[in-house]
Design a protein around this ligand. Sequence first.
Ligand code: G6P
Length: 369
Amino acid sequence: KQAEKSGYDHFMLKEIFEQPKAIRDTIRGRITADNSEVVLEEVKMTPEEIKGLKKIFISACGTAYHAGIVGKYVIEKLARIPVEVDIASEFRYRHPIIEPGTLVIIISQSGETADTLAALREARRQGARVVAVTNVVGSSVSREADDVIYTWAGPEIAVASTKAYTTQLLSMFLLAVRLATVRGEMKPEEAKEIINEMKMLDTKAQAILDNSVEMREYARELARSKCVFFLGRGLDYAVAMEGSLKLKEISYIHAEAYAAGELKHGTLALIEEDVPVVALTTQDDLFDKMVSNIQEVNARGAAVLALATDGRTEVEKVAGRTSYIPKTHPVLAPVLAVIPLQLLAYHTAVERGCDVDKPRNLAKSVTVE
Ligand code: G6P
């Protein structure tokens, strides 16, 4: 068992550190040699079919659902196709309207989650084309979908998903760029820029991991909290949801993710002296708005940890602590922003003596509805 962990104390930590490789493996073979185009041959839709897409649904559970939320932002932003994201157990019971030109994307690390599989079947029954994003070759989801994008994260053992999530994000980016290019929504220079940035994500992820001691130190403080808030806007909000889930799952500390702009409509009432708030500020166009949100919680005594992009030191004026992540294309930032949050959840759980790899009441793959 110890050998399988290659010297790490837990599978989760090993899997967090495997992310640079997982990122590389998931991109490999899916872009042209000159970095100008996404190939993604496994999605066998013709250009005409791609141009004819009117609507996309994304459906998944847990962490994969959070990857779907990032997918929505990115596909809508780059490819300009309306996207709805549903938790799989909700999708099938809410009578979704599936008309010609609807694509359904199903995301599942294991490819065996009962609710997700049922959502896939419902989508197909109603005639939608289904693209599956899964980490397990030959899984049920992969066998029943029309097209399969495999995430090449390698086996994920820890119940809390880490490298599967980051590779699901990469799959969303690849698909979004492909759809955007075919539909003429993205200029070749723009595609090239984003692809180049994608190729640098592994090195940038490594840089964050090399600095992991920062989160370990902060975790000592967090471990004593009863409740933690994660704030963000846009893609940062999507990452906040995943950061909050990670912390809940393995440290059993109550955590909530909030769209920062929604704070004053309720949550602000809960902010008092020393309440920990993790604030994500990676999205440049929303940076100033985030700074004022941080100011709002700071003024009420919250202990703010800001996650910012290298160079954006202004945030230090309002946040008690700031941790920096390397700069990348704003759309790709979730891949980097989630890593400190994974480390934070991990070290907090260790600090609290929790069973990190096998949290109470949870299973790696839920095959019952
Ligand atoms: C379980 C796991 C989660 C996972 C979810 C969906 O709840 O504990 O980590 O995100 O299932 O799993 P899937 O294999 O479909 O991605």
